[in-house]
Design a protein around this ligand. Structure first.
Ligand code: ATP
Length: 248
C-alpha cells in the first residue's frame, strides 16, 4: 500500500534523512524505532507531505504518486498524521475537533460512521463532547487527536510518539485502543519510545539511526534481537518475556 522512499531530507545543511525507504502493507502495523534525533519524526512528516524531500524522492500510496501534491491532498488520499504534541484545536470542544477531522471531501459522507467508531474506541470522548480540548488530561487529548485523525477516514494512520508524557495506565489504554484500530484494517505507522508496547501491537518494524534505516524485521525478530534489547529494552539482564496482552 505505502511505498515510501528512497527519501532524503535536509534541514539547511543537516542531512536528516539519507535514502530512507519504508513500506507498509494494507492493514499492517509497522513501528519505527530509534534514538532521539534519528529522524523518525522527519520520516513521518515527509510521508505526510509536511516537509519537502530532496528531488527524486518516491512516495506512493497504492497507484497514487504523492510527491509534489499539496499537504492537504495527502489527507484526501487517506494519509493521516497525529503529530508529536497532538495538533488538536485547544480552544474548541471535543465535538468540534472531531467534526473538523471530517472536513475532507472523501470523509464528509462517512462522518456519522467514523464518529461512532471513534466513540466506541474512546467512550470518554463521548462523555466529554462539550469539553474544551485544552482542559482535558494529556491522555484524553491524545485520544482526541487520534479520534480526529480517524474522522478523516485514513487508510494509513501515522502516530508520532503517541504515549509521550502519559502515565503507564493511560499508555496501556492507548495501546489497547491502537490494537483495536489495527483490527479495523487501518494500516498504522507508529514512532514510539515505548518499544515493548509498540512491538506488542506491530507486525513489523524498522530501526533508524542517524537518518538511515539500519535494520528491519518482524516484531518477533526485533524483540529477540540483542541489539534491540540492549538499545531499547534495557537488556543487560535477560529480557523480560512479553505477555500476550498489551502492556507498557
Ligand atoms: P525525537 O525522538 O527526539 O523527536 P526523531 O528521531 O523524531 O527524534 P527528528 O525530529 O526527525 O528525529 O530530527 C532528526 C534531526 O533533524 C535531528 O538532528 C533534529 O535536530 C533535526 N531537525 C528536526 N527538525 C528540524 C528543523 N525544523 N530544523 C532543523 N533541524 C531539524
Amino acid at each position: 500500500m505505502l511505498s515510501a522512499g528512497p527519501i532524503s531530507l535536509f534541514y539547511g545543511k543537516h542531512l536528516a534523512l539519507d535514502d530512507v525507504a519504508v513500506e507498509v502493507g494494507a492493514g499492517e502495523t509497522v513501528v519505527v524505532l530509534g534514538a532521539n534525533g534519528a529522524g523518525k519524526s522527519s520520516l513521518l512528516k515527509a510521508i505526510a507531505g509536511l516537509v519537502r524531500p530532496v528531488p527524486g524522492a518516491r512516495n506512493r500510496l497504492d497507484d497514487t504518486d504523492l510527491i509534489g501534491m499539496a499537504a492537504h491532498r495527502y489527507l484526501e488520499q487517506g494519509i493521516a498524521l497525529v503529530p508529536e504534541g497532538r495538533g488538536i484545536f485547544g480552544d474548541l470542544t471535543v465535538a468540534e475537533n472531531l467534526e473538523l477531522g471530517a472536513y475532507t471531501r472523501h470523509a464528509r459522507p462517512h462522518e456519522t460512521r467514523q464518529r461512532d467508531l471513534v466513540l466506541d474506541l474512546f467512550p470518554r470522548l463521548g462523555e466529554r463532547q462539550k469539553q474544551i480540548a485544552r482542559t482535558m488530561s494529556g491522555g484524553e487529548q491524545q485520544m482526541l487527536a487520534i479520534g480526529r485523525a480517524l474522522m478523516s477516514c485514513p487508510r494509513l494512520l501515522m502516530l508520532d510518539e503517541p504515549s509521550l508524557g502519559l502515565a503507564p495506565i493511560v499508555t496501556s489504554e492507548l495501546f489497547a485502543a491502537l490494537g483495536r484500530i489495527r483490527e479495523t484494517g487501518i494500516a498504522l505507522l507508529v514512532v514510539e519510545q515505548n518499544v515493548k508496547a509498540s512491538l506488542a501491537i506491530a507486525h513489523r518494524g524498522y530501526l533508524m539511526e542517524a537518518g538511515r534505516i539500519t535494520g528491519t524485521g518482524t516484531a518477533d525478530a526485533l524483540r529477540s534481537d540483542p541489539a534491540v534489547q540492549e538499545a531499547f529494552l534495557g537488556a543487560s539482564t535477560p529480557p523480560t518475556p512479553l505477555s500476550n496482552g498489551v502492556s507498557p
